[in-house]
Design a protein around this ligand. Structure first.
Ligand code: KIV
Length: 288
């Protein structure tokens, strides 16, 4: 795909760009489809709470994913596996409340859709009705075809997720997917399968850039890359990684745009020293 500057990346048909557009209504999956037709790239970030989501909404991020990465990044679990549907519903509702424009995608956690399409529909319905999300995401390609099909037929837009699927960490580990001819062919089959099932977009996680580029060329729905090179239609990052809040090592594909861990730690220490040293509160912070 040709690289376009932010200014060149505006739609020429008079409609609103996903990023940089000024519309105040919620973005829908139809806007996402139009962006693919225009060849417009767009950013997606995760969000797990209303306040962070409101910052990203004001910054113009058009799509936010209430990812089950909340398990590691927000709730203190080691993996995404323990995250429950109750937790995802609560976090998704907060993100919806904190935003006005972004399309909010709620992640279906492990165990909430693997039993089959009916369980998937029951779980997705909770995220749509109780949390108010505009779409849901679930992991798996060919193996999730029936689930995706029933949700889409029932009026629930689905973002699929293939390549590295963290809910299967116990089976696949955290390794690059789609390497080698056979694995690449399987990834292509997975991508076509979720498109055929009716998904409006597909996340490609940790797959070779060349393969992600090929999937992006072949599909008519947008691809959302994370560790999948520069050629996907959209890019997603976990917000705590990209703002430098995550402790320890982050994956190679993360670009850190800030060091919030340092900023917050320094601020907490400055507050503590003021309290211990008696320099906070001062007269200006006091009421009489
Ligand atoms: O849960 C999540 O944050 C995700 C993204 C990494 C795509 O699935």
């Amino acid at each position: 795909m040709t690289q376009l500057s932010a200014a060149q990346n505006k739609p020429s048909d008079g409609s609103k760009a996903l990023y940089g557009g000024k519309g105040t209504r919620r973005i829908t999956v139809r806007d996402i489809a139009l962006a693919k037709e225009r060849g417009e790239k767009w950013p997606m970030l995760t969000a797990y709470d209303a306040m962070t989501a409101s910052v990203f909404d004001e910054a113009g991020i058009p799509v936010m994913l209430v990812g089950d990465s909340a398990g590691n990044c927000h709730l203190g679990y080691d993996t995404t596996v323990p995250v429950t549907l109750d937790e995802m519903t609560m976090l998704s509702a907060a993100v919806v409340r904190g935003t006005q424009r972004a399309l909010i995608v709620g992640d279906l956690p492990f165990g909430s859709y693997q039993e089959g399409p009916v369980q998937a529909l029951r779980s997705a319905t909770r995220l749509v009705k109780e949390a108010g999300v505009g779409a849901v995401k679930l992991e798996g390609g060919e193996r999730s075809y029936e689930q995706i099909r029933l949700l889409v037929e029932s009026g629930i837009p689905v973002m699929a997720h293939i390549g590295l699927t963290p809910q299967s960490v116990n089976a696949m580990g955290y390794r690059v997917q789609g390497r080698g001819e056979e694995a690449a062919q399987q990834l292509l089959r997975d991508a076509k399968s979720v498109q055929d099932a009716g998904a409006f977009a597909v996340v490609l996680e940790l797959v070779p850039a060349e393969l992600a580029a090929e999937v992006t060329r072949v599909l008519h729905i947008p691809t959302v890359g994370i560790g999948a090179g520069p050629e996907t239609d959209a890019q997603v990052l976990v917000w705590t990684d990209m703002l430098g809040l995550t402790s320890g090592r982050v994956p190679k594909f993360v670009k850190k745009y800030a060091n919030l861990r340092q900023v917050m730690g320094d601020a907490a220490k400055a507050f503590a020293e003021d309290v211990v040293g008696g320099t906070f509160p001062l007269e200006e912070h006091s009421v009489h």
